[in-house]
Design a protein around this ligand. Structure first.
Ligand SMILES: Cc1cc2nc3c(=O)[nH]c(=O)nc-3n(C[C@H](O)[C@H](O)[C@H](O)COP(=O)(O)OP(=O)(O)OC[C@H]3O[C@@H](n4cnc5c(N)ncnc54)[C@H](O)[C@@H]3O)c2cc1C
Length: 429
């Protein structure tokens, strides 16, 4: 039995390591350097395309909890990151060149590992597809065909997501426009003065730098809010901040309204409707914090703008990142709708574990929902008409109602540790 892994990025190397350790042969196909993506610069495996930070090490942050879980699961990416780290305060940052070289060294220690430097154009059985957000066009078309039509999404800009518990409900109110249907939207009103201050800050705020390949023809529907705002003072009041039909608690029409839409079944996360943005993260906190109901908003995901290819996972995937159509074909990494370096590695690990279970004739498994790993795996499968990539955050975990707000991170961390221990013991991982 030989397993093919397409893509030698963060997810691909993690999946490979898990399978190699079990003594199974792995053929890895990486198209670089013969064919480069618009973001990669080297032929290296597990190249970090942008920041060299793998985010927080603090065990009581969501990223720290994810790292604890990955450590317990013997993640290659985490092990090598810890070995090649550079000083970065509370974050785990690495020497990116050393990091990649060390990953390659670890994999090539296995005699059952073969690396082919070529682009893959088609999909075969017993394969893990981990080709990332910049999957080559031909393979992307094959994936569209295999998964069934429009199941690949491409987007240029995404709106931020905030945690419900951080929204000021003295200011925000539930309502639907003209009271039609259920009052599902959360509305954040602004007075004229507040709107003018917000508009001024928005048009003057710094934007994240775009690479050449990302200075795209932006679809009108994906127009970043700061660009739309530059068209005129009132443009947003006739667009995403339209107040008509959204009277406030006193029955009056606000000057402008920002609408938030539920992002998950648990009611924990809300998407800021129409607020696709390319502002820097700091500017997003500052400018969107001028909306009174969002003054203390906790961002589960910031708005981003870059090319991204990802599956409509709720429709095409089943547990364990296996495709619904053929459970011998797995996906992994950012392509499945997780977002971030560690999240992609985590996804590769889950695909690797389950590919092994498949070839051993065992059922697929996913970590418990109380872990960040399990919650992300579950998030990408949950029914969601507006599915967009998600990173590690406490907002996707089952909420701990009985624990005080400031003690919650520690409680989340402890609960995750216990749940992951049980999972690892149960399945002898
Ligand atoms: C521009 C950009 C910047 C980002 N910056 C950050 C950041 O700073 N921090 C963060 O946490 N996350 C960031 N991300 C998100 C994400 O974490 C990374 O994209 C991450 O590398 C995803 O891991 P992956 O394994 O899914 O894909 P990748 O790491 O991209 O690996 C996929 C691999 O597949 C190869 N490949 C593609 N098509 C084929 C084919 N047909 N045949 C063979 N090989 C193929 C590619 O060459 C690549 O090596 C960024 C994403 C982008 C696009």
């Amino acid at each position: 039995m030989r397993i093919s892994i397409i893509g030698g990025g963060l997810a691909g190397v993690e999946a490979a390591y898990r399978i190699l350790k079990a003594g199974i042969d792995v053929d890895m196909f990486e198209m670089r350097p013969n064919k480069m993506t618009p973001a990669h610069h080297t032929p290296n495996l597990a190249e970090l395309v942008c920041s060299n930070s793998l985010k927080s090490l603090d065990p009581t942050t969501s990223q720290g909890v994810l790292k604890s879980e990955l450590r317990a699961l013997d993640s290659l990416v985490l092990k090598v990151a810890e070995k090649t780290k550079v000083p970065a305060g509370g974050a785990l940052a690495v020497d990116r060149e050393l990091f990649s070289l060390e990953i390659a060294k670890e994999l090539t220690k296995f005699p059952n590992f073969t690396l082919y430097r070529r682009e893959v154009f088609d999909i075969s059985h017993y394969t893990i597809i981990a080709t990332g957000p910049l999957t080559s066009d031909t393979l992307a078309n094959q994936i569209i065909e295999f998964t069934g039509s429009d199941n690949l999404n491409f987007y240029d800009a995404a709106a931020p997501i905030v945690e419900f518990s951080s929204i000021d409900m003295n200011s925000a109110y539930f309502a639907t426009r003209y009271d039609k249907g259920c009052a599902d939207y959360l509305n954040c009103p602004l007075t004229q003065d507040e709107y003018i201050a917000f508009h001024t800050a928005l048009v003057n705020a710094p934007r994240a730098k775009l690479r050449d390949f990302e200075t795209p023809n932006v679809f009108e529907a994906c127009m970043p809010i700061e660009i739309m705002a530059r068209r005129g003072l009132d443009t947003l009041r006739y667009g995403p901040m339209r107040p008509v039909g959204l009277n406030d608690k006193s029955g009056k029409r606000p000057y402008a309204v920002v609408q938030l839409r539920l992002e998950d079944k648990a009611g924990i996360l809300y998407n800021i409707v129409g607020f696709q943005t390319n502002l820097t993260y700091k500017a997003q906190r500052e400018v969107f914090g001028l909306i009174p109901a969002l003054k203390n908003a906790v961002f589960s995901r910031y708005g981003v703008m870059h090319r991204n290819t990802y599956l409509n996972s709720p429709v095409v995937l089943q547990t364990a990142n296996a495709s619904k159509k053929d459970n011998r074909i797995f996906f992994a990494g950012q392509l499945t709708g997780v977002e971030g370096y560690m999240e992609s590695a985590m996804s590769g690990l889950i695909s690797g574990i389950n590919m092994l279970r498949l070839i051993n004739g065992q059922d697929f498994v996913s970590p418990p929902i109380e872990t960040i790993t399990g919650a992300l795996c579950s998030y990408i499968l949950a029914e969601n008409k507006n599915f967009q990539p998600m990173r590690a955050c406490f907002g996707i975990l089952p909420f701990l109602h009985d624990v005080k707000k400031d003690l919650r991170p520690i409680a989340y961390a402890k609960r995750s540790e216990e749940a992951m221990d049980r999972f690892i013991t149960k399945y002898a991982l």
